[in-house]
Write a protein of this length. Structure first.
Ligand SMILES: [Zn+2]
Ligand SMILES: [Zn+2]
Length: 176
């Protein structure tokens, strides 16, 4: 939480400080992720313009949680660079776009802002490593630890059949 009343800013003034932010564990796609450590130092800056405030929040965070393919712990490093504008007199109807939702009663909720920014920066696919082999769809074995007994025969057979079908459809070309 940063209290704007602790700094006196004239138009054009800029204030910058190091400010700890805490990111609580969050759920994404039914899986739980957490920052480790949960509290990290952030670089917080506020600039007063004639029309409003510009807030900037920068921090690096390390997150852990399940890999989307094998469910083993994955590690994600994020470099957050977030900016918010808050107009003193937003145009009617444009309040949501022209105000900072983290500013309330002269205080900026830097924890909530940092948490939202960390969630937004999560990769679409969380992987323990780029070439994670995932789990066997038949027996559930972690294929990163070695092949299971069922994988080669069942899966390869099915895919080969599908590929044959696909090729023969392409050869025939689009239906006239
Ligand atoms: Zn994995
Ligand atoms: Zn298997």
């Amino acid at each position: 939480m940063f209290d704007l009343r602790t700094v006196r800013l004239a138009v054009g003034d800029h204030h910058r400080e190091t400010h700890d932010v805490t990111i609580p564990p969050f759920t994404l796609g039914g899986l739980q992720y957490e920052a480790d450590p949960a509290t990290v130092p952030a670089d917080f800056a506020v600039t007063r313009l004639r029309s409003g405030f510009v807030f900037a929040l920068r921090f690096d965070v390390h997150l852990t949680g399940p890999c989307h393919r094998c469910l083993e712990p994955a590690h994600i490093d994020e470099s957050i660079r977030a900016e918010e504008y808050h107009a003193f007199n937003p145009e009617p109807g444009a309040e949501a776009d022209m105000t900072c939702e983290y500013l309330d009663d002269d205080r900026v909720d830097t924890d909530r802002w940092a948490s939202d920014a960390a969630v937004l920066a999560m990769p679409f696919q969380v992987l323990c490593r780029e070439d994670c082999l995932g789990l066997c769809v038949s027996c559930g074995a972690n294929l990163n630890e070695g092949p299971c007994d069922c994988a080669p025969t069942v899966e390869d057979g099915r895919w080969a059949k599908l590929r044959e079908l696909h090729v023969s459809t392409e050869e025939r070309g689009p239906a006239a």
